[in-house]
Design a protein around this ligand. Sequence first.
Ligand SMILES: Cc1cc2nc3c(=O)[nH]c(=O)nc-3n(C[C@H](O)[C@H](O)[C@H](O)COP(=O)(O)OP(=O)(O)OC[C@H]3O[C@@H](n4cnc5c(N)ncnc54)[C@H](O)[C@@H]3O)c2cc1C
Length: 547
Amino acid sequence: MSHQSDFLVVGSGIAGLSFALRAAETGPVTILTKKARADSNTNHAQGGIAAVVDSKDSFGLHIGDTLTAGVGLNRPQAVELIVKESPESVRELEKWGVSFTRKDKGVLDLGREGGHSMNRIVHVKDSTGMAMEQALLDRVRNHPRIEMLEEHVCVEIITEHHLTGRKRVPGEKTHCWGVYALNQKKNEVVAYLAGATLLATGGVGRVYLHTTNPPIATGDGIAMAYRAGAMTADLEFMQFHPTALFHPEGDSFLISEAVRGFGGILRTQDGEAFMKRYHAMADLAPRDVVARAIDAELKKSGDDCVFLDVTHLKPDQVRSHFPHIHQKLLSLKIDMTREMIPVVPAAHYMCGGVLTDLEGRSTIEGLYVTGEAACTGVHGANRLASNSLLEAVVFSKQAFLSAVRTLEKSPPKMPEIPEWNDEGTFDQEEWVLISHDQREIRRLMWDYVGIVRSDERLERANRRIQLIADEIEEFYKKTKVTAALLELRNISCVALLIIRCALFRKESRGLHYTTDYPNRDDVRWLGDSVIQENRTFLWPLAQELMF
Ligand SMILES: Cc1cc2nc3c(=O)[nH]c(=O)nc-3n(C[C@H](O)[C@H](O)[C@H](O)COP(=O)(O)OP(=O)(O)OC[C@H]3O[C@@H](n4cnc5c(N)ncnc54)[C@H](O)[C@@H]3O)c2cc1C
């Protein structure tokens, strides 16, 4: 059984939805999404989208801030692209129905976040992502050419090596024909085929014990693309958000950086405003600096958390700027206008991903990757706050333009795709094994592959997770697929890729800090750390990416 459309999109966050809305103007689109349509990192974004829309701001300043945050590893063309497209992206989002917060005279209200030298964060109060997700979903719902299939979890990308009677030759150029996906309601795996496939599966936060990411963020796209032979890159650069709520019922609720932009101050238990000791920008220093500073303070004091203090600000303004955060904290009996907020760092954003060029193309023909699952070169060794929603919108547009051009030039000749073969597998899922393995991997990643690393810790994590991953693979071969098993398999794969990238890079830069190589080394390490088919190598920055 198979299903065919012009465009196939995996994922219903900002990257997938914005691509789908554009693509539907030229042909039928199918969107597969593994849970309910709004379940995504996008839906949780609070701060906003960075854009140069103020006359006092300039492209040069935004580019400069992005390059500073990325510590020499950004690809300048990718940065220039998103920054120059930022005003148009905001206009397009408004056209799609997003009502950004404006001031009295109708001018966009611009927030400030860490690492930005200007106020340039366009936002919808403190629930920007939810507003975007809802607006785009409304559009998609009413579009006659878009079919959205919820509860469809993508299992594998279909390439040459799935074709009957054909052996995959390592290193050969592969083509993507679509994906196999599990319809969870019917419990069957179906081939979804298309001329162009977009992977927009989001991030990997759930690989770590503490994360701001919702449960969908299990790195499925990165793992699937890697298994299909694509290049993945820069996975050592995991951004830890400095301020997730520390509360037993908080489930790593994020306290947006905009709170510090608005005047919030980080303090130790005894009230010291410690960030001045770590960086000239104090509380508005780049995220990696703030996360490491908190980590160092906690190690020094032995405390469980530090505090974010806004009690010196006007309560009315705090309530009106951060209604969502204020309400959430009140529900946990914390009044942020009168009490300090307990916070800890948590895994937040993956800067690396599937390596793509300026058109969003991966190294597999016909497979585009955008959003958090991609490594476009925009973020380098550290993401500047609020650049990710922008990157997703801009690169999804690039991917759409490229896909249309390619399909017009050479319409795909779809080979015969075999049905999913689960002969010899059984229903034998044991939930205890799955939840136990998942907890163990996430704990190991938190303990040994976190904010501060060393070769010894990374080797230890590698040995232990490899053992678990081998067992999972054995189990997978014998078992009928389920969403939980697929996610576990992907988490173990991405965890190993992160560790290998971290072991490969023998320097400290941006989000990757190792006590064995505490300095930055521009002579040896100015490039992307790439993994493909078990091989790790450096792709120099000086060498353009074009697939
Ligand atoms: C708490 C929080 C706050 C943030 N705040 C900001 C901010 O203020 N500004 C900013 O720029 N960025 C922010 N970010 C980051 C930003 O939200 C994400 O990088 C961005 O939304 C990613 O969009 P995406 O479309 O790539 O992925 P997502 O929005 O995560 O969407 C991924 C989609 O893929 C689906 N999916 C995954 N695997 C499969 C599979 N196997 N089969 C089928 N479907 C699958 C998921 O269900 C989901 O629909 C924040 C992130 C978090 C978690």
